[in-house]
Design a protein around this ligand. Structure first.
Ligand SMILES: Cc1cc2nc3c(=O)[nH]c(=O)nc-3n(C[C@H](O)[C@H](O)[C@H](O)COP(=O)(O)OP(=O)(O)OC[C@H]3O[C@@H](n4cnc5c(N)ncnc54)[C@H](O)[C@@H]3O)c2cc1C
Length: 423
């Protein structure tokens, strides 16, 4: 079908994070041909800049790349544990949720067993040729494919007020390699802006590193923990996704926004670890090394000598805080999709500016001619809260594979549900 000898795949994935890894792991069962993934990272990795020792997953180990749709697959987390000889040690460590480092080890183990992953290959441009897609890296075409799977993940948000500030303001992703430099003065006030899990992990890291004046500012009224109750977890199952698909886009968005605290919040165990570390250090210092400032929305920052002045909106009006360093952990946003101008113009958007993504995760775009673009981890407001995390990865991958195959390669059955939803 194609004129020259570029490698040609049934589906090519941009990004080899957990979303596309799950797809590539499950894809061979469809017997559709070859799949390939392209990732800019030099090798298997998962948020390497935010991987501090001791941090834990927010989801169960059962939410691996394959088990939810194919528990007999060779790439289950259980198979990883058994074949690498760590099953009994992990069981006896009695983790509530496993270390994030263990999940990274598992992903690395799985990635090495999946064919067709090309690391060190940032895809700069994807073009539509009328006969499929062409992926470009290093200024030249590297692959062609019938279908595309976009799994480019997220990147740290840099708020507008960061512009022009000195390097004493840094994003959380840079704390790991900058922390030794910051330790020159452990008594200097250091602010962490952002009340989410990453902010929490930064505060903990700073306490462990010996900082004695850490100020944690969060926008919400308190530092909210995840609602992990059984009924909250009902949102993280296929049955609820199917329910959402019957609703109008506006209703879906409203429900998903309300469901935010079931995922976009702190792990209770991690907050306890922080409180205990803070208490332990208080016994030495006679005061807490970290102080929490909820309800502070940092809206402007300026440098004043070697200090930084933060202006915050609070429920009671304006408040000013000063610090020597600021660590910014205000959330993540979707990474750019490397479509060329022609392809980008073909994509259809909804009234909120989000790409229009069908129930099977394919993008609505003009001139598709049988070629599909699947978009993973970008349909939170249309497909529900699990779309932005790991909980239903294999279910989503199975849906994509079924759509490509035009038949049920995988059957996802979720009928035993005690809740009758209404909206
Ligand atoms: C620190 C942290 C901890 C988290 N912990 C959990 C958790 O415990 N449980 C949970 O459910 N969710 C968690 N999440 C949410 C998490 O982001 C997602 O669950 C998951 O990483 C999404 O996978 P992904 O494959 O869509 O994206 P990512 O994991 O972000 O992977 C995207 C990949 O695409 C690559 N890429 C991007 N653009 C290009 C390009 N143009 N060319 C080539 N490659 C490209 C990147 O290098 C990256 O490897 C966490 C998020 C963070 C930041």
């Amino acid at each position: 079908m194609y004129s020259n000898d570029l490698p040609t795949y049934h589906v090519a994935g941009v990004g080899a994070g957990p979303a596309n890894l799950s797809l590539a792991a499950l894809f061979p069962a469809a017997n559709l041909g070859r799949a390939a993934l392209f990732d800019s990272q030099p090798g298997p990795a998962w948020h390497p800049a935010l991987l501090s020792p001791g941090v834990r997953m927010q989801t169960s180990w059962m939410k691996d790349l394959v088990s939810l749709v194919d528990p007999q697959h060779p790439l289950t987390f259980m198979n990883y544990l058994v074949t690498t000889g760590r099953l009994f040690a992990l069981l006896n460590a009695q983790f509530d949720t496993i270390p994030r480092m263990e999940y990274v080890r598992y992903l690395t183990w799985a990635a090495r067993r999946i064919e067709g992953i090309h690391y060190g290959t940032p895809i700069e441009r994807v073009t539509y040729t009328g006969d499929g897609f062409e992926l470009h890296a290093g200024g030249r075409p590297v692959a062609r494919a019938q279908h595309l799977s976009v799994g480019v993940g997220t990147r740290a948000v840099r708020p507008a007020w960061m512009a022009g500030l000195p390097e004493s303001v840094l994003i959380a992703d840079d704390l790991g390699w900058r922390i030794d430099g910051l330790r020159a003065d452990l008594t200097a006030p250091i602010a962490v802006v952002g009340g989410g899990q990453t902010g929490l992990e930064c505060v903990l890291k700073l306490i462990h590193a010996g900082f004695t004046d850490v100020r944690w500012l969060g926008r919400r009224q308190w530092f909210q923990t995840i609602d992990d109750s059984p009924v909250a977890n009902e949102f993280y199952r296929p049955a609820h996704q199917q329910f959402l698909q019957q609703l109008s886009r506006g209703t879906r968005r409203r429900l998903v926004v309300e469901q935010g605290p079931t995922g976009d919040a702190l792990t209770p165990g991690a907050l306890r670890v922080l409180y205990q570390a803070n208490y332990d250090r208080m016994l030495d210092l006679d005061r807490f090394p970290a102080v929490l400032y909820p309800g502070r929305d940092v809206v402007a920052v300026e440098a004043d000598g070697d200090e930084l002045v933060m202006r915050c909106d609070t429920p009671g009006g304006r408040e000013v805080h000063r610090a020597r360093h600021i660590i910014v952990a205000v959330g993540r946003e979707a990474s750019p999709v490397p479509f060329d101008d022609d392809l980008a113009e073909r994509v259809e958007y909804d009234d909120d500016g989000d790409m229009l993504i069908e129930p099977d995760y394919s993008l609505r775009w003009k001139g598709m001619n049988g070629h599909r673009i699947f978009v993973l981890n970008r349909a939170r407001y249309s497909h529900g809260v699990p779309d932005a995390n790991l909980t239903l990865l294999p279910v989503r991958a199975a849906g994509v594979i079924n759509a490509m195959a035009g038949r049920a390669v995988y059957n996802v059955i979720d009928e035993l549900c005690p809740v009758r939803w209404i909206a």
